[in-house]
Structure formats: structure tokens, C-alpha cells
Design a protein around this ligand. Structure first.
Ligand SMILES: Nc1ncnc2c1ncn2[C@@H]1O[C@H](COP(=O)(O)OP(=O)(O)O)[C@@H](O)[C@H]1O
Ligand SMILES: [Mg+2]
Length: 271
């Protein structure tokens, strides 16, 4: 099983759009996927037409110890499960502050789900903060994907984000690796985007070989700015259903093929 936290403490960089379309595309490609919405805004749940209202169990109930992941996840499409979030989840940051094992609640819940009802991929859509929900995702996941919007401030804040992955790796999750950087909302033909990619490559090259981001790749597939990607959520559909011929669908499909290509484990290559 691969488990991927889609993380960036900045809002509006493409975390949710990437989480949803990655999860939906992997499911279309025959993988079973569980998308876990960790943002109290619940955007990735809504994006797939999963609305948490009334008594609907949500990821909040998992953090509160009332439900298992297998109990809260819903089948949104063939092979695609969603563990929805709603505003209640905002309380989790506060409620967990004094809990002894507050950083490993999600990991334990995921281990239990893997025994009861395993899937091929788990994708965590993180909230725009480095708080306890994001730390739970980093503790439960093996991989981190970082969506970046290539503009002048894109790299600002990245060192804080990387430090957080290093801290979680040291204290809680030795297996954690930043494996991919996804350039989202990409403007073709601008010098700036190319400059930022160069800066990022230089930074990765010069990093400590033991840093969890040292092996990170900048995906070749860039996600161009495409209005269909912004429209799809209001129809409760992934880009593959909403506008399968759009550049948004083409770009995410290419990204998914790269992700699938990296399924081959290093040990399998060596064998
Ligand atoms: N490639 C894109 N082209 C056009 N709009 C996009 C693209 N990616 C994301 N958006 C839109 O930009 C906004 C922020 O994206 P979102 O994925 O919600 O970011 P985050 O989860 O990081 O806050 C949303 O309205 C989304 O629909
Ligand atoms: Mg989001």
C-alpha cells in the first residue's frame, strides 16, 4: 500500500485539486484508493459529491475515538473511498492538544483499516497549516507530495515545511519521504516558472543526503491553469468525469502515469 500526504501550509496552491484528481485517476486506473479529507472545509469530500451532514460519520469521529476509518469512509465511485470531513474537524486541533498520543491517532486508525479493508493507495488532503492534523498525516503516510504554485513567493515557507517533515521523520515516522513536487496552476511560457524549478533543483541537490526530501522529484507533468479544474468541484465530479478532454484532465492523467510508474519498488528494480 502507498500512503501519500498532499501537503503545503499555504492555501490555494492545489492540494485539494491534486488530492481529488490523483485519487480519482488512480481508481480509474484500477487501483483501490481511500482519500482522507483532513481539511475542516471539507472541500475534497464535496469535490467528489460526498457531503457530511447530520449524523454522517466523518474523520472527526475517528480522531474522537468513536469510529473506525472503515466505518466513516464512503464509496464515492468504483474503487474510490472518501473519509469525509466537516467543520467539526476544526475542533480536533484543540481537543487533541493534551492527548498523550495525539500525533499517532491517524496512523493507528489506518493500521486498523489496513487489516480490515485494505486499499492500494491512501491519499491525505492536508489542511493549510502545520498543526496537529497535518502532523497526523505525516505520521501515518510514507510519502509526501508537495503542490507548488510557481510564483515569486513559492519557495518561501518551503524550508519550514521541509523542517516539519524532518522533525516528524526523526520523532515519529522513520519511513517518511518527500517523494514528489507537483507544479500546479502552471503558466506556460513564463520565465518565472522555469526559474523556480531551477532554484528548487539546486536546493534539492545541495541538501543533506539524509534529509527526507533529498530524493524528491519534481514531476515532469505540470498542471496548467485550466478553468475546468476550478469548475469541477461544484458538480461533485473529478476532472475525468466533468471534462475528460480538458487540459486539466490531460495534465492530471500524465501525473498519474508518473505516479503509477514509480510503483515499482527499488528492491524490485534491483532484483
Ligand atoms: N490547475 C488549476 N487551474 C485552475 N484552477 C485551479 C487549478 N488548480 C486549482 N485550482 C483552483 O484554485 C483554487 C485553490 O485550489 P485548491 O486545490 O483548493 O488549493 P488548496 O487545497 O491548496 O487550498 C480552487 O478554487 C481550485 O479549483
Ligand atoms: Mg484544500
Amino acid at each position: 500500500m502507498r500512503s501519500i500526504a498532499v501537503m503545503n501550509q499555504k492555501g490555494g496552491v492545489g492540494k485539494t485539486t491534486t488530492s481529488v484528481n490523483l485519487a480519482a485517476g488512480l481508481a480509474r486506473a484500477g487501483r483501490s484508493v481511500c482519500l482522507i479529507d483532513l481539511d475542516p472545509q471539507g472541500h475534497s469530500s464535496l469535490h467528489l459529491g460526498v457531503e457530511a451532514f447530520g449524523q454522517t460519520p466523518t474523520i472527526y469521529d475517528v480522531f474522537a475515538g468513536r469510529k473506525t476509518l472503515a466505518e466513516v469512509r464512503q464509496l464515492a465511485q468504483d474503487r474510490l473511498w472518501v473519509a469525509p470531513a466537516d467543520l467539526d474537524l476544526a475542533a480536533t486541533e484543540l481537543e487533541l492538544v493534551d492527548a498523550a498520543d495525539r500525533e499517532i491517532v491517524l496512523r493507528k486508525a489506518l493500521e486498523q483499516m489496513c487489516q480490515q479493508a485494505p486499499v492500494d493507495y491512501v491519499v491525505f488532503d492536508c489542511p493549510p497549516s502545520l498543526g496537529v492534523l497535518t502532523v497526523n498525516a505525516l505520521t501515518a503516510a510514507k510519502e509526501v507530495f508537495i503542490p507548488l504554485q510557481p510564483h515569486f513567493f513559492a519557495l518561501q515557507g518551503l524550508s519550514k515545511l521541509f523542517e516539519t517533515t524532518a522533525l516528524v521523520k526523526r520523532r515519529l515516522n522513520r519511513e517518511l519521504r518527500v517523494t514528489g513536487i507537483v507544479l500546479c496552476l502552471y503558466e506556460t511560457g513564463t520565465r518565472l516558472a522555469a526559474d523556480i524549478t531551477d532554484d528548487l533543483m539546486r536546493f534539492l541537490d545541495q541538501s543533506d543526503p539524509l534529509a527526507p526530501w533529498k530524493q524528491a522529484r519534481i514531476f515532469n507533468s505540470r498542471v496548467r491553469r485550466n478553468i475546468k479544474l476550478a469548475e469541477a468541484p461544484s458538480f461533485g465530479q473529478s476532472i475525468f468525469e466533468y471534462a475528460p478532454k480538458s487540459t486539466g484532465a490531460v495534465d492530471y492523467e500524465a501525473l498519474i502515469q508518473e505516479v503509477i510508474a514509480s510503483e515499482v519498488a527499488p528492491s524490485a528494480v534491483a532484483a
